[in-house]
Design a protein around this ligand. Sequence first.
Ligand code: DOR
Length: 404
Amino acid sequence: MELLIKNVRVVDCSQDFIGDVYIYSGIIYEIGKKLEKDCEVIDGEGYILTPSFVDLHSHFREPGYTYKEDLLSGSKAALRGGYTAVNLMANTKPVCSSMDTINMVLKKAREINLVDIHQCASITEELLGESIDHLFELTDAVRFISDDGRGVANSRVMLAAMVAAREKNLTIISHAENEELVDVDTRLAENLMTVRDITLAKFTGCKLHLAHVSTREAMNYIIEGKKQGARITCEVTPHHLALTSETQYRVNPPLRSAEDVNILIEAIKQGFVDVIATDHAPHSMDDKMKGAPGISGLETSFPVCFTKLVGEGHITLNKLSELMSKNPAKLMELNKGEIKIGFDGDLVLLDVKNKYNIDTSEFLSKGVNSPFEGKAVLGTVMCTIKAGRIVYKAKDFKQSLNFK
Ligand code: DOR
């Protein structure tokens, strides 16, 4: 696919300039000023062009819970949120514990062909916390394993999983929650499990990624581990950055105090946070009423993060691009996340001038469970481009294509 985006503010992790970007054969081919090409053209004046976002942590619920989300609706929600690649968690039905189930997801994702999909395998078979035998059947199609939704309670099982993961060069995504203590105190449950998993990762040399870090203590353990050279990375979610427990909304881990939020933001500024991931967890309203934890996050991630982190002056848009595009792409070993010649032509056109209120009735996700409903934000994804193809356009994006 060929596409030229002209007169646009080009921003990625390391650059910020006005110019033109030309995509040829799906790849960023030329970057410059006053480029003239005989192809589809977008006039980007007044907009920002960044690499599309990459979500290291999403739930698309297929197979088994497609009334909450499926691969098609999840892909559409991703594109509306500016994402062109996602890493799906394994808590489906059946659980993604076998290559049969994983291959079924990957095949369907290829047929849909909207976003690049990686499917995690579970760490323990059927998420039961016991056997890891299935790990030895996994092919190279799997790069991450996770029991996300619950912690691996048994330390010996986690140790064996980390040894297997190191041998197979898999990264473990830890949902750090100690089930025995969660009813006593959820932060104790997160903190204890974070320490255990970092300690085991140091012992085994396995690559460990800590998901949805929410407490100040857990972040401090991660910082300490990183300083000691452990192979650990971590993510925080938009909701743990923008909300506190004053907002009563059920999500796991729970929304924390303002002090925790400040520590997470400080850790971002100091370079200890690798990724912002959505933990997109769509649920039906009925399930939500029955207490299902989670937030449908793909379609609010950019505006929430832009408003909170860039709007309030904590970080630059370059840094946000690093957290939402460059770093997750690197962890997923994708050729995306920067606007450089030779990278995939996966880009988003953003408007950051017009304030609006989040309206969940516009979501393309089946899950409209969001504490951000009605919130005033800045940052609209106007257009998502994948490999040079326009795959999503906001309804008020009235650009005349073929402007020359
Ligand atoms: O709130 C959450 N919902 N946290 C998780 O870790 C799992 C997720 C889900 O699958 O609904």
